[in-house]
Design a protein around this ligand. Structure first.
Ligand code: DGL
Length: 283
């Protein structure tokens, strides 16, 4: 049976809570759209997994979610997953798939002293596509890459009610302070959640550049292409349960409800240990 929906619906996928920063940007740009959130936090961090495992887990979970809650666009709101999963996902998906890349181009456009930092996971800083982005868009900049193993965990802890330790954040960001960068690219979707602590650690940084707004524009483009944007925008903004469903493959973070309300993306149904089956079949 075909489901009748009034609002456009977007699936936002990440390995954990990082995609919430992207969900926030999508809601800001498209307040009439409803969102479904899927986080593979039982598989986090994706940076430690082989490419094959990341592709299998993403395709399985996104397919499961779409089977239960059809959507109009899928957003892979994870840099690590986007580097490997997009071709496989596009091959099996009949709706548009939007990925995320570190925002090197806009960062290069706004750096005044031509010194910038790329803050990402240890996996993302090593990817060849980052070399290509830097070569193409920031060839005249000195670019310092910082792949830190703990920042994703600190963002996860934040949504579970434990704020990061500022002294540890200061220490983690010391290489960027020493390099005198005026611009930092947040090359992991978890990191915008940590911006208050990052700003305190590097008060001299002028530009903190993330990818959320660019992703939201891409989602709007696809909804426009399928004729849903005019309708979606004409709808009143969603005030209750912007994220109609949030599914976590592990435990749902304990402070999720207040955290998302404070972000302006209140959540409806929450599922932990979702979907209750393994990629191969039953539990
Ligand atoms: N939010 C993911 C990203 O943007 C976290 C990466 C991971 O799970 O390793 O890369």
């Amino acid at each position: 049976m075909t489901e009748h929906r009034v609002r456009p619906r977007v699936l936002v996928f990440d390995s954990g809570v990082g995609g919430l920063s992207v969900a926030g940007s999508i809601h800001k740009a498209l307040p009439g759209a409803e969102l479904v959130y899927v986080a593979d936090n039982a598989g986090l961090p994706y940076g430690d997994k082989t490419e094959q495992v990341v592709v299998e887990r993403c395709c399985w979970l996104i397919r499961e979610s779409l089977g239960r809650r059809p959507c109009d666009v899928v957003v892979v709101a994870c840099n690590t997953a986007s580097t490997v999963v997009l071709p496989a996902l596009r091959a099996v998906s009949d709706i548009p798939v939007v990925g995320v890349v570190p925002a090197i181009k806009p960062a290069a456009a706004c750096s005044g002293n031509r010194r910038m930092g790329v803050l990402a996971t240890p996996a993302t800083v090593k990817r060849a596509y980052l070399d290509d982005l830097i070569r193409t868009f920031a060839a005249d900049c000195e670019v310092v890459r910082l792949g830190h193993p703990d920042l994703v965990r600190w963002a996860e802890d934040l949504v579970a009610g434990r704020a990061p330790d500022q002294a540890r954040v200061n220490l983690a960001l010391a290489p960027l302070r020493d390099a005198g960068v005026d611009t930092v690219v947040l090359g992991c979707t978890h990191y915008p959640l940590l911006v208050p602590w990052l700003r305190k650690a590097l008060p001299e940084v002028v530009n903190w550049v993330e990818s959320g707004d660019a992703i939201a524009r891409r989602v709007a483009y696809w909804l426009e292409q399928s004729g849903q944007l005019a309708e979606g925008q004409a709808l009143p903004p969603k005030t209750e349960a912007v994220v109609i469903n949030a599914c976590f493959t592990g435990d749902a973070p304990s402070d999720l409800v207040p955290f998302m309300s404070a972000m302006g993306i209140p959540v409806g149904d929450i599922a932990g240990h979702w979907p209750g089956t393994t990629a191969a079949g039953s539990v």
